[in-house]
Design a protein around this ligand. Structure first.
Ligand SMILES: NC(=O)c1ccc[n+]([C@@H]2O[C@H](COP(=O)([O-])OP(=O)(O)OC[C@H]3O[C@@H](n4cnc5c(N)ncnc54)[C@H](O)[C@@H]3O)[C@@H](O)[C@H]2O)c1
Length: 251
């Protein structure tokens, strides 16, 4: 199903993005891995090239908050592989102290990546259609008392993605838009500790209740989103209890 397809994944030097990239490479997809952390990115690229071959994967140093960087990444992917079929806006941070940065990376840059994705994927723009997956979170569905900025950014991703998915022009031009909403997963993002001791206690309590998933579990959910048909506009959560498509209200 993925042989001959091309994916562009942000925040793919480590964590979930890296695991999504590996899963697609394993299934014959070509991948452009993009990240702001060039040292980690080069290590990831070398590792992938040694397993999947040099022609299947490229890397692009990219700060998703920088319009020119991000556009250059799309150009590199297209010129290396001829087309782009899957865009995964995955780069994200938790930063309640610098909440503008949190919103800028998690929401504004997902909007930027979605608009670029639409431009490269839409059939009326010279693309072949395809899928845009925006990585939100369970914090995109439920409130989170110790992380309001992160929560707002992830709710924004859900609303933005679902809105574009409804647009008739986008549907006519062969693009599906989807949201992935994981619960706590074992990656470096969990190293973030709130400054306030009371908030830290709340995080620890929440993690104790919900548990921490392995990245493989979220990667399986990611593949499910890509493989399921007729799921345009859907929001898929993944927790220790399994995956669930959310029936969300429409006007
Ligand atoms: N791990 C979890 O518990 C969890 C739960 C729900 C949602 N998520 C979401 O999953 C996504 C991936 O996170 P992760 O868990 O793999 O964390 P991670 O910290 O391991 O990976 C995030 C990646 O994003 C990159 N990044 C950060 N800012 C960037 C920028 N400006 N430009 C480009 N790249 C940038 C980082 O360098 C890093 O490689 C995020 O959107 C996160 O919010 C994670």
């Amino acid at each position: 199903m993925f042989t001959g397809k091309v994916a562009l994944i942000t925040g793919a030097a480590q964590g979930l993005g890296k695991s999504f990239a590996a899963a697609l490479l394993q299934q014959g997809c070509k991948v452009c891995v993009a990240d702001i952390n060039d040292v980690k990115l080069q290590g990831t690229l070398k590792g992938f090239q040694s397993v999947y071959g040099e022609n299947c994967v490229i890397s692009s140093k990219c700060d998703v908050t920088n319009e020119r960087d991000f556009e250059e990444t799309f150009k590199q992917a297209k010129s290396s592989f001829g087309q782009i079929n899957i865009v995964v806006n995955n780069a994200g941070v938790v930063d309640e102290e610098n909440w503008q940065r949190c919103l800028d990376i998690n929401l504004v840059s997902v909007i930027r990546g979605t608009l670029l994705g639409l431009r490269y994927l839409r059939k009326d723009c010279g693309g072949t259609g395809g899928t845009i997956i925006n990585v939100s979170s369970m914090a995109g569905i439920f409130p989170v008392e110790y992380s309001p900025a992160y929560c707002a950014s992830k709710h924004g991703v859900v609303g933005y993605t679902r809105s574009w998915a409804l647009h008739p022009d986008v549907q006519r031009n062969g693009v599906r838009l989807l949201c992935l909403c994981p619960a706590y997963t074992k990656t470096n993002i969990l190293d973030y500790k709130p400054k306030d001791p009371g908030d830290l206690e709340l995080v620890q309590k929440s993690i104790k209740t919900l548990g921490i998933m392995r990245v493989e579990k979220v990667t399986d959910a990611f593949l499910k989103l890509l493989k399921d048909e007729d799921n345009n506009g859907n929001v898929l959560s993944v927790t220790n209890l399994g995956t669930q498509y959310w029936k969300m209200a429409k006007m």
